[in-house]
Design a protein around this ligand. Structure first.
Ligand code: GBH
Length: 462
């Protein structure tokens, strides 16, 4: 707790990158404008029962038309960096062929506006919006999708390359592979555990091929990265059985990406644990070498820890092969509006683990934040005290990691704006800026003012 810290407060290193993050489908809207074709989320959100309240990203926060206003909000906040994603179906509507100039123009205007405001653009190439046509051809379980992704990466890099400080290939391939193809709670909504493992491999391959494409198109100084939602896994007890459950979840949640990308290998225990589902023969010679093309940093997204014990859980599960071995336990303590536990120690655990495992890889927290209901007082000010507390605790955990010698270069708050929260629709609000989705009026919340002060003083107050 920061209250017990020395009076000077917690200073962050000079040059620390203070950012906010968003994703294209969650904020842009303008789903059918300027030639954009449907992505798997346009399709999925129209399947009855998949997204709460039947919400879609058709309009979202209308960022496509309000981009300059949103950049001005960030300039007022004082962020040094902004992490956004490029919508593949806006730039290459069918996932193949030449780029659509109007789509590229939008992102070019965005990065120019950011740079004019003194904000570094951090671009993610894939935040879950696969062109529907590629899904119709087999989607991520199909190898060709990885090759298409690398082509798309080179189109975008060729157009924007020198204007963007950091390129991130994928956001959270765990969610895209296992929520998309195994549990089916995310687009495209398939429930095929074997296919989800193929998808995971093709994400690793797509990432590595895209790193090559980006390096070929970009100035040598450009940072190339990847964002994973790593799981801070904790066994419920010290028993051997609970330890084995934690090992399985670590393999399926973390090492399934970390090992191919950073070590050029598949985790042997993962291959053994999933033998009833697949023989992994879709991994071809050379794939792991391609997947492990060196990156300049690793982004991690962290929200809450994962507590596991030996047991069983019901499918369709995003943990293929673990259904008869692992039980998920609610972590103790307070919860956010998502019902996710609040536990900043999990972030410190992850950061120190990565320091030990990947000592030469600089880290960035590319997402952290919380959904809470906020309330407006009669003067119109929007208050969100729980979010301020959550952010304070998690920034203190990042500071603790820095003090422990972890090379953390930046922190990106999720999210700048209230937005389309995937399967939860507009019912869950992660923004530090409130969005009235009827009028599209933006109102910075208390948390925005608080974050602005943290940035201005370069750390947490005492
Ligand atoms: C991120 O995903 C996304 O990148 C972003 O688009 C999204 O809006 C944001 O976070 C908020 O959801 O059931 O308690 O064990 C987060 C992925 C994966 C985080 C599942 C929470 C389970 C928490 N999530 N995880 S719990």
């Amino acid at each position: 707790d920061v209250q017990s810290r020395p009076p000077a407060g917690l200073a962050f290193p000079t040059g620390f990158r203070w950012g906010t993050a968003t994703a294209a489908y969650q904020i842009e809207g303008a789903a059918a404008e300027d030639g954009r074709a449907p992505s798997i989320w346009d399709t999925f959100s129209r399947v009855p029962g998949k997204v709460r309240n039947g919400d879609t990203g058709d309009i979202a926060a209308d960022h496509y038309h309000r981009m300059t206003e949103d950049v001005a909000l960030m300039r007022d906040l004082g962020v040094t960096d902004y992490r956004f994603s490029v919508a593949w179906p806006r730039v290459q509507p069918t996932g193949r062929g030449p780029a659509l100039q109007k789509g590229l123009d939008f992102y070019r205007r965005l990065v120019d506006e950011l740079r004019a405001a003194g904000i570094r653009p951090v671009a993610t190439l894939y935040h879950w919006d696969l062109p529907q046509e590629l899904e119709d051809g087999g989607g991520w379980p199909h190898r060709e999708t990885a090759e298409r992704f690398a082509e798309y990466a080179s189109l975008v890099a060729g157009a924007l390359g020198d204007r963007v400080a950091t390129w991130t290939t994928l956001n959270e391939p765990w969610c895209a592979a296992f929520l998309g193809y195994a549990s089916g709670v995310h687009a495209p909504g398939r429930t095929d555990p074997a296919a989800s493992l193929r998808a995971a491999h093709h994400f690793n391959l797509a990432h590595g091929l895209a790193v090559g494409a980006l390096r070929a198109a970009l100035p040598a100084s450009t940072e190339v990265s990847l964002t994973l939602n790593l799981h801070a896994v904790r066994p419920l007890t010290g028993s051997e059985a609970d330890g084995d459950a934690a090992r399985r979840v670590d393999a399926l949640g973390n090492r399934v990406f970390l090992d191919p990308v950073f070590h050029g290998r598949l985790p042997e225990d993962l291959v053994a644990d999933t033998a009833a589902l697949t023989d992994w023969s879709f991994v071809r010679d050379g794939d792991l070498a391609a997947a492990s093309a060196p990156v300049d940093s690793l982004g991690i997204n962290y929200y809450s820890p994962t507590v596991v014990a030996a047991g069983t859980h019901e499918g369709p599960s995003p943990w293929p092969g673990a259904e008869r071995h692992v039980r998920f336990e609610p972590a103790p303590g307070p919860r956010t509006a998502m019902d996710w536990p609040v536990d900043a120690d999990g972030l410190h655990e992850l950061l120190t683990r990565l320091r030990d495992e990947l000592p030469h890889v600089p880290l960035m927290v590319t997402e952290n934040g919380a959904a809470y209901d906020d309330y407006a007082d009669p003067s119109g000010e929007v208050h969100d005290p729980e979010r301020v507390a959550y952010l304070r605790q998690h920034l203190a955990a990042v500071h603790r990691a820095l003090a422990d010698g972890v090379d953390v270069r930046g922190y990106f708050l999720w999210s700048l704006l209230d937005n389309f929260e995937w399967a939860y629709g507009y019912g869950k609000r992660f923004g530090v800026v409130h969005v009235d989705f009827a009028s599209q009026r933006r109102t910075p919340k208390d948390s925005a003012r608080w974050y602005g002060e943290v940035i201005a003083r370069g750390g947490l107050p005492q």
